[in-house]
Design a protein around this ligand. Structure first.
Ligand code: NDP
Ligand code: 3PG
Length: 491
């Protein structure tokens, strides 16, 4: 447990308000813009710190400086790069409590989950290093093509793209950032890292660990500032060679509309359905839906965001879910409840608006519809129908609609009518039926008898439709941040 304390909630730190610096040229520096952004704690509304709102000129300098540094870095012995990244992983474990403290304060994640996020990230880095070390160049012979010459050989190397722009969201400010930084760096790229503003101090803490390890200057620049001010500018910047973005679908679509001729991977939102057949093991299903839908108050792109249940078992499922939702712990992050306050007032207003709208539209409220500031109590609706907003919109909050269906086909139809296609779960004890449904679902992954989730982090992770473009997951991220280059030998 971190520090002892004089703040509002037991066990928490409230120190002097710090102006956190951005990171360029291997130094933490203040922006000459003089503009600072206050970061407010989502659950006690105190100011936890301020981050620099850098200017476009400062972004230019940061990006330009990566160019020479990247060439040297790409040329650096792979085992030297690997060693530095492994040391960073070790350093993260040493600094875990300090970083977790900031994750908890800044994005309202529970203490246990915040610590897990840091340790998961250290493991992620180590696996990424091993993955890259064991990726070998490929070779092809001309003889394998009709009329091709057996005297022609191609060695197919993977080379870095140059400078990767990594833009991350608030909800995993460390893990989803490193999911971009580590693959980019081990593959020999430089990185310009733009974290979510609410999450930017956690990013500074992450880079403080990075800085302790002795990486060369300018291969990773941390730039802070609102996406609405500098996001477009850096995304269309000529010095950026690839964009790796995780965030909302609106922002992602916007970026893809103008960053022409730049490779891009987008991980966006979701409306993941849990399809429950009448032959499902209902107790197991309830337990998977509960953790899938409500952990971190549903602020996960992979959260279960609607239940499509066969009408014949709908009463049993909804009664059991109701009992479990009523039991959910609600409170402040330091006490490790399941339900914590949402990231900001706007998010809570949006979720409350969806709840109010769903009640007005005639759905049956089973539990919830209670709010204290940013804390939305877990809310469960039955008899939600497809003409209601909650059937389609991503709340990013603890509200779950149950939609009753008459057949597998109807469940599939509703699942696929969504603008999103990140993940889905299918619950049935008939494996063939599960596979038949899974094959028809338009989503990046379908979980059979399990909750929707990203991990383990080496699995490919992708969304279709408005849920994304390209593929993440350690090996796939490395692929997306490198390109093939052929050396053709004519004997
Ligand atoms: N599929 C996936 O893997 C994941 C998807 N998500 C999705 O992310 C959303 C929640 O995250 P949230 O942080 O609110 O998402 P946002 O889309 O609001 O922000 C994501 C990032 O984009 C930045 N940004 C905003 N505007 C621009 C712009 N014009 N140009 C470039 N960058 C910009 C933000 O900066 P700033 O904060 O300064 O505005 C932030 O760093 C949900 O929809 C969730 O489903 C979240 C995690 C994983
Ligand atoms: O942002 C998210 O929601 C994450 O990508 C989900 O990760 P998780 O499924 O491991 O919580």
């Amino acid at each position: 447990m971190p520090f002892c304390f004089r703040g509002k909630y037991k066990g928490e730190v409230m120190s002097e308000i710090t102006n956190y610096k951005y990171y360029v040229g291997g130094q933490f520096v203040q922006s000459t813009s003089g503009n600072l952004i206050e970061i407010i704690c989502p659950y006690d509304q105190s100011v936890i710190g301020r981050v620099q709102a850098i200017s476009k000129e400062e972004a230019d300098v940061a990006i330009a400086a990566t160019k020479a540094a990247q060439k040297v870095w790409a040329d650096t012995d792979l085992f030297k790069r690997a060693d530095l990244l492994n040391k960073w992983a070790d350093q993260l474990e040493i600094d875990a409590e300090e970083i977790a403290q900031m994750i908890m304060r800044e994005v309202g994640k529970t203490w246990n989950d915040a610590v897990k996020e840091v340790t998961r990230t250290a493991e992620f880095i180590r696996y990424t290093v091993q993955e890259f070390i064991h990726t070998n160049d490929a070779a092809m012979s001309g003889a394998n093509y009709p009329g091709g010459s057996k005297n022609k050989f191609a060695i197919i190397k993977r080379i870095p793209l140059g400078t990767v722009l990594a833009i991350s969201p608030f909800n995993y400010p460390v893990n989803l950032s490193v999911a971009k930084l580590a693959p980019a760096l081990i593959a020999g790229n430089a990185v310009v890292f733009k974290p979510a503003t609410q999450g930017a101090i956690s990013a500074v803490k992450l880079i403080e660990s990075f800085d302790k390890v002795g990486f060369p200057a300018d291969i990773l620049q941390l730039i802070t500032g609102k996406g609405s001010d500098i996001g477009d500018y850096v995304s269309e910047h000529d010095g950026i060679d690839m964009i790796s973005f995780t965030g909302g679908a609106t922002t992602g679509r916007h970026l893809s509309s103008f960053s022409t001729m730049k490779p891009m991977v987008l991980e966006l939102g979701g409306k993941d359905p849990a399809i429950v057949c009448e032959d499902a093991d209902i107790d197991k299903t309830v337990s998977e839906i509960m953790s899938g839908a409500f952990s971190y108050s549903g602020q996960r792109c992979t959260a279960i965001k609607r239940v499509l249940v066969h009408a014949t078992v709908a009463d049993e499922l909804s009664e059991k879910l109701k009992v479990e939702v009523e039991k959910l712990s609600v409170g402040m992050p330091i006490d490790n409840p399941v339900i914590v306050p949402l990231i900001n007032e706007g998010a809570a207003d949006y979720v409350q608006g969806l709840i109010t709208d769903t009640i007005a539209a005639g759905a049956e409220l089973l539990v919830g519809n209670k709010r204290e500031d940013n804390l939305i109590y877990p809310t469960l609706f039955d008899h939600v129908t497809t003409d209601m907003r909650l059937a389609w919109e991503e709340p990013f909050g603890p509200v779950l609609p149950i939609i009753r269906v008459a057949s597998d086909d109807e469940a599939i139809e509703i699942a696929n009518a969504s603008e999103y296609g990140l993940q889905a779960s299918v619950f049935t004890q008939n494996f063939s039926r599960a596979v038949a449904i899974a094959e028809k679902i338009e989503a990046g992954s379908v979980q059979i008898n399990g909750r929707t989730e990203r991990g383990p982090d080496h699995f490919p992770f992708l969304g279709v439709k408005n849920s994304g473009m390209g593929v993440h997951g350690i090996s796939r991220t490395i692929e997306s941040m490198t390109r093939e280059k052929l050396l053709i030998i004519n004997v």
